[in-house]
Design a protein around this ligand. Structure first.
Ligand SMILES: N=C(N)NC[C@@H](O)CC(=O)C(=O)O
Length: 376
């Protein structure tokens, strides 16, 4: 098939190209089939609607937060203190954080690589970015001169696309450094539900350090709820950022129906659904790896990843050549250059595959990918 030349400026525009395809392994959104328990919740939507009409929205919002954070092992959270705000998506939360940060600093130290809408949103409000290599962020203290130069350290954990999780001890040490320098520590934990290693009480560690902190949580990556989701914007008591004011500039509140849906899916998650999802993603990861077994000059970069995406190194091939070859057969994957937002060439021989898809799509997609890799 002869297709028009692609001019995607960011990863999300690559993902948009894939939306109409039956073999869309591009975006990290949940597109697998509903489980039986989730299907039952969906069949009760008219009752959820009636409940959402009847009950006070702040009550529903609190219950949704309790259920979602409880499912993640985040039993302490500052909803009652008014420091847990719900947003239409985690990217809306990100925009609010960015607008808040630029009132107090002109530079942010940001993990590299990571999903490009994070640097794009931060740069979009005029912030200067200093890349912090993922290995550096995980393995050693940040240099004091860096912490003197920026007003915020921003870490995605588990990281996207690598799946690397910041451990409790490492988070404690980093938060201690941020406290020492009066620097905001911001976390994007959107992929947290997939990895038990990311389900310790982050807020307790952050509070104990005394640092100023903000965390962005996302319900949208876990469940196939047709983009009905909540981004949570959580902050420390003395964060000294106009988050509440800017949140109110952007929205009055999120839908009580969506909050009820999140509460019900999270209750099912806590009742075995999250463990089931983790097993499903592990099965999907094994399925894709097995389907590409024996293909020369490829490797799976992140051996221990538990998140719902998988990075494939395509050896001496260029990722975009493979991307075009499979696209001509209606399969979409995600080229990795733009995750490397400071040095794109580092990602030019890697592709990211989405795993939150039903097994038949994954199998058909892996076969097309295998055949294209054998031809290139
Ligand atoms: N606001 C944006 N650009 N949303 C896309 C983002 O959710 C996709 C993503 O995070 C992933 O594919 O890993």
């Amino acid at each position: 098939r002869i297709l028009p030349k692609v001019s995607a400026e960011n990863l999300t525009q690559f993902e948009t190209l894939a939306l109409a395809s039956p073999m869309n392994l591009a975006d990290g959104h949940a597109r697998q089939h509903l489980t039986a328990a989730q299907g039952k919740i969906v069949s009760e939507l008219p009752d959820l609607w009636a409940e959402a009409v009847l009950r006070p929205v702040d009550e529903i919002e609190r219950e949704a937060a309790e259920s979602f954070f409880g499912m993640l092992g985040q039993h302490g959270h500052p909803f009652a203190a008014g420091r847990t705000l719900s947003c239409y998506s985690s990217s809306v939360a990100m925009e609010i954080l960015a607008r808040s940060l630029v009132t107090t600093t002109d530079a942010v130290a940001l993990i590299h690589p990571t999903f490009d809408n994070i640097p794009d949103i931060l740069r979009g409000v005029g912030l200067r970015l200093v890349p912090v290599e993922e290995d550096r962020a995980h393995d050693e203290d940040l240099p004091a001169e860096l912490l003197e130069e920026v007003g915020c350290v921003f870490i995605t954990t588990p990281n996207n696309p690598t799946g690397r999780v910041m451990s409790e001890d490492r988070l404690r040490r980093l938060a201690g450094q941020c406290a020492e320098h009066g620097v905001v520590l911001a976390l994007d934990t959107s992929f947290r539900g997939f990895d038990p290693a990311a389900q310790f009480d982050h807020y307790a560690v952050l509070d104990a350090s005394g640092c100023r902190w903000v965390v962005i949580e996302d319900t949208g990556k876990l469940w196939p709820t047709l983009e009905l989701k909540i981004g949570w914007l959580v902050r420390s008591a003395e964060v000294d950022l106009p988050i509440e004011k800017i949140h109110s500039d952007i929205l009055l509140g999120t839908s009580p129906l969506v909050l009820l849906l999140v509460k019900r899916f999270a209750d099912d998650g806590a009742d075995g659904g999250l463990a089931e999802l983790q097993r499903t993603i592990a099965d999907h990861r094994a399925l894709v790896r097995a389907a590409l077994d024996g293909v020369p000059d490829v490797s799976f970069v992140d051996e221990h990843a538990r998140v719902s995406v998988e990075r494939l190194h395509v050896g001496s091939r260029l990722g975009m050549d493979v991307w075009s070859a499979v696209r001509s057969r209606s399969l979409y994957v995600l080229p990795c250059q733009k995750f490397h937002w400071a040095r794109p060439q580092e990602g030019e021989r890697m592709l990211r595959l989405a795993l939150s898809r039903d097994p038949s799509t994954l199998l058909a997609s892996a076969r097309v990918l295998r055949s294209a890799l054998l031809d290139t």
